[in-house]
Write a protein that binds this ligand. Structure first.
Ligand code: CP
Ligand code: NVA
Length: 309
C-alpha cells in the first residue's frame, strides 16, 4: 500500500504513471454513465472512508465518484459525530478502527500533524484531501488537465500562478520540480512562498521566478492558475489581505499579456481574485478542471492500493 500525502515525497515516475493511467481510464468511459463501474472493477469490495474537518464540495463528490467507478464504495464521516479526541478516544485508536473497517482513508484537515499521526497508526493508505500546507490531489489533477488541453507535456509550457502563497501553490511548486516546468509566481511583497518551501526548490533545482508585479509574472504564460486570497485555514485580517492583493486581480487586461492561447485554471471556490469575465470566459477551463478530479483520483486510489497498471 502507498500513502498520498505530499507531491514532493512521491517519485516523479509514480506521478507520471498516475496521470497516464487516468488518461487511459478516462478514454474508456466515453459511453458510460456517472455511476457505471469500469469494466475491470479493480477496487471491487473496497471501502474508502473519507472525513472532512473543513468544507468541501468538489473533493467530497469526486472521491465518492472515483471509488464508485472503480467498483468500491465510499463512506463520509462527519468529525463532529465521532469521539475523535474530544470524547476521550485517541487518534491512534480511531486510526486502528478505521483500518479495521475500511480499506482507505481520505482526510481533509486543518492540521498537517494530524495526517502524520494518522499515517503512523493506520494500516490502510491515507490520502491528503487538503491540509494547511498542501492540496496534492488537486494539483496532480490540474497537471492532467493542462496536458489534456494543451496536448503536450507540461514541461514545455510556461506556467503562471497569480495569488496567495497557500496550500495549492505549495503543491504546484512541488509539481514544478517533479514535472520540470517553469513556474512564474505573481504575489504582493510579504506574501511570497515560505523560505522552507523555496529552500527545497533550490535544493531540487526547480525553475521558479517570483514577481511582485502580476504583469511581469503573466508575460508569455501558457497557463494561469489562481486561488482564493483567503484560504480555509487563514487566520488573517481578511480586509487587509484582500486590499494587499488588489493589484493582483486577474482581469481581461492582465490576461492579454499572456499568450493568446493561454488558459485560466482555478480550483474553486473563488473569491474576488478573478473577474467574472475571465472566470466565465473562453480561456477559462475550470469546469473541465473540476471534472477531471474524478479521473485522476481514481488513478491515485489505484496507486495507493498498488493496483496501477
Ligand atoms: N477545489 C476543491 O478542493 O474544492 P472543495 O473545497 O469544494 O473540495
Ligand atoms: N486554498 C484554498 C483551497 C480550497 C480548495 C483553501 O485552502 O481554502
Amino acid at each position: 500500500m502507498k500513502n498520498f500525502i505530499n507531491l514532493k515525497d512521491i517519485p516523479a515516475s509514480d506521478l507520471k504513471k498516475i496521470i497516464l493511467d487516468a488518461k487511459k481510464r478516462k478514454a474508456k468511459r466515453k459511453k458510460l454513465n456517472t455511476l457505471d463501474v469500469d469494466k475491470d472493477s479493480p477496487l471491487k469490495g473496497k471501502l474508502l472512508i473519507q472525513m472532512f474537518e473543513k468544507s468541501s464540495l468538489r473533493t467530497r463528490l469526486s472521491f465518492y465518484l472515483a471509488i464508485k467507478q472503480l467498483g468500491g464504495a465510499a463512506l463520509t464521516l462527519r468529525p463532529d459525530e465521532l469521539h475523535l479526541t474530544k470524547g476521550g478516544e485517541s487518534l491512534a485508536d480511531t486510526a486502528k478502527i478505521l483500518s479495521t473497517y475500511g480499506n482507505g482513508f481520505m482526510l481533509r484537515t486543518d492540521s498537517d500533524e494530524k495526517i502524520e499521526v494518522f499515517k503512523k497508526h493506520l494500516t490502510i493508505p491515507i490520502i491528503n484531501g487538503l491540509s494547511p500546507s498542501s492540496h496534492p490531489t488537486q494539483i496532480l489533477s490540474d497537471i492532467f488537465t493542462v496536458q489534456e488541453i494543451k496536448k503536450k507535456s507540461i514541461s514545455k509550457l510556461n506556467i503562471c500562478w497569480i495569488g496567495d502563497s497557500n496550500n495549492v501553490l505549495n503543491s504546484l511548486i512541488a509539481a514544478s520540480v517533479k514535472f520540470s516546468f517553469n513556474l512564474n509566481i505573481g504575489c504582493p511583497k510579504n506574501y511570497e512562498p515560505k523560505k522552507q518551501v523555496m529552500n527545497w526548490v533550490v535544493k531540487n533545482k526547480g525553475k521558479i521566478n517570483i514577481f511582485n508585479d502580476p504583469k511581469k509574472a503573466i508575460m508569455n504564460a501558457d497557463v494561469v492558475f489562481s486561488d482564493k486570497v483567503v484560504s480555509l485555514n487563514d487566520k488573517v485580517n481578511k480586509i487587509k489581505k484582500i486590499k494587499d492583493f488588489k493589484n493582483f486581480r486577474i482581469d481581461s487586461k492582465l490576461m492579454r499579456l499572456a499568450k493568446p492561447s493561454c488558459i485560466f485554471l482555478h480550483c474553486l471556490p473563488r473569491g474576488s481574485e478573478v473577474s467574472d469575465k475571465v472566470f466565465l470566459g473562453k480561456q477559462s477551463k475550470v469546469w473541465q478542471q473540476a471534472l477531471n478530479r474524478v479521473y485522476v483520483q481514481k488513478s491515485i486510489l489505484l496507486y495507493c492500493f498498488d493496483k496501477l497498471g
